[in-house]
Write a protein that binds this ligand. Structure first.
Ligand code: ATP
Length: 283
């Protein structure tokens, strides 16, 4: 019997880096919301005790380096399960794009195995296990809208944003999150006003939200990859109200209230950039 789990991408409405920790990681504040661009995870129990990953992607390994594999391994180990699992990943989220695709796959595997093997493990416990796999995984376990603090393991759920359209444009490069974090100089960062965005979510105030979205990593990525700056400029010139890079990049998104305008910006960006998407916020 097969079970399916949706693994949606996320965008950062805010990404802040507060300090460097003694363990080498950074204390962050990442306000994220899921979007209607998703991988599709299919889970099938196997008689033999093994983890098999299948996917069609030039960029993602199908062995134990895959975050979905790591999630299944951690899950089986923690709950002492000696059944095997076949995980088929239909990859729709661009890779190394700042959209959290790998983390979302891992989170979907945790949720899916919980259902497949009827374990009734609470979400908070799955999120805790997710933190051992990656910083974005705890948020992805819950999905919707939330803020991840600490290394990403402390997740507070937030009100959904006002409904709107999202145009995403990804230049033809992949960005390594690790490389961008290594370039951080805490003193030089521009911090977003995260509290204002939370306020905007509570008030469902689209303008207030757009005026305050911010990403402390943006400047670093823009310096290394000027093509990301060019995409931002083109989106702004097209009249998009809120334009920001997601995660450590390189994907740039804009939030647009009305479909006709979103479609216009989407069409305009398609002439400029190969990978462009028009989706809704899932909230
Ligand atoms: P984030 O914003 O969380 O840093 P990202 O969107 O920038 O994530 P991903 O697409 O999650 O980046 O992939 C980053 C790296 O993880 C790539 O090197 C990729 O090969 C590896 N990876 C491992 N498993 C997966 C997976 N299931 N899907 C995508 N990438 C994966």
């Amino acid at each position: 019997m097969a079970l399916y789990e949706k693994a949606p991408a996320k965008i950062n409405l805010a990404l802040d880096v507060l300090s460097k920790r003694d363990d080498g990681y950074h204390n962050v504040e990442m306000l994220m919301t899921t979007i209607d661009l998703a991988d599709r995870i299919e889970l099938c129990s196997l008689e033999q005790d093994r983890i098999k990953i299948s996917l069609e992607s030039r960029y993602v390994p199908s062995d134990e380096r895959n975050l979905a594999y790591k999630a299944a391994y951690a899950f089986k180990k923690k709950y002492g399960i000696n059944k095997g699992i076949h995980i088929n990943i239909e990859k729709n989220i661009p890779v190394s794009a700042g959209l959290g695709g790998g983390s979302s796959d891992a989170a979907a595997v945790l949720r899916g195995l919980n259902r497949l093997w009827s374990l009734n493990i609470p979400m908070d416990e799955l999120a805790e296990l997710g933190a051992t796999i990656g910083s974005d995984v705890p948020f992805c376990v819950y999905g919707n809208t939330g803020i991840a603090k600490g290394r990403g393991e402390i997740v507070e759920r937030l009100a959904s944003p006002p409904s709107c359209w999202v145009v995403l444009a990804k230049p033809d490069i992949g960005v390594s999150t690790r490389t961008i974090f290594q370039r951080i100089n805490i003193e030089n960062l521009t911090h977003p006003n995260t509290a204002e965005i939370i306020d905007a979510l509570t008030n469902k105030d689209f303008k207030q939200m757009c005026a305050n979205i911010g990403n402390a990593l943006e400047e670093i990525t823009l310096n290394v990859y000027p093509e990301v700056q060019r995409i931002k400029d083109v989106m702004r010139q097209a009249g998009a109200p809120g334009v920001l890079m997601s995660g450590s990049g390189p994907t740039v998104y804009s939030l647009i209230e009305h479909y006709s305008k979103a479609k216009r910006i989407y069409n305009g960006m398609r002439g400029f950039c190969q990978e462009v998407y028009l989706v809704r916020l899932l909230g």
